[in-house]
Design a protein around this ligand. Sequence first.
Ligand code: CA
Length: 224
Amino acid sequence: MRLLLVEDDPMIGDTLREALRRQGFAADWVRDGQAADAVLASERFDAVLLDLGLPRRSGIEVLKTLRARGDVTPVIVLTARDALSDKVAGLDAGADDYLIKPFELDELLARLRAVTRRGGGRATPMLEVADLRLDPATREVTRAGRPILLSAREFALLEALLERPGAIVSRAQLEDRLYGWGEELESNAISVYMHQLRKKLGADLLHTVRGLGYYAGPEKGGAA
Ligand code: CA
């Protein structure tokens, strides 16, 4: 999942981005409202974590601009304790949820799962194909009921493929989901993770379509 973090406090921003990356998110970080506007106008994210008190342009203005364009990317507003007016203004401007600082990472992760699930229009949180199941909430993966341990990146890759079983996802799309700006990225990283996933899950449900990308599900005719 690719996230944009908009936060001017260097300590909160740095800590949060690192924590999110350790969880397997591709987390990008901008520090003022104008930079947020520019990035949101040109790139796609699965969710935005938006501080309201920002230099150059307030979080509320950033949010209003985003929604005025018809962009429905889920936004979680980060507000200071007791700032009730901030919460109300954020929700009125089109935020999906808010969190009061300081917050626990676990709570942020739960809210992120909830807003992105709603955004994706999925009624049930469990992702399944054949006898392979992935639970985004507990981060458990099972095959025929047998638990399978995955690294954070392997999990993120599998989640991306299972969100749309049978749909081909390009290597570039997967790289976007797994890596933020400036993160070291080996050119064959996705192939390596796919190889590891096949070793752990079995090769029959994860397929490569040469030159196009990858998909999860029963093998389609003509796919390699
Ligand atoms: Ca701030």
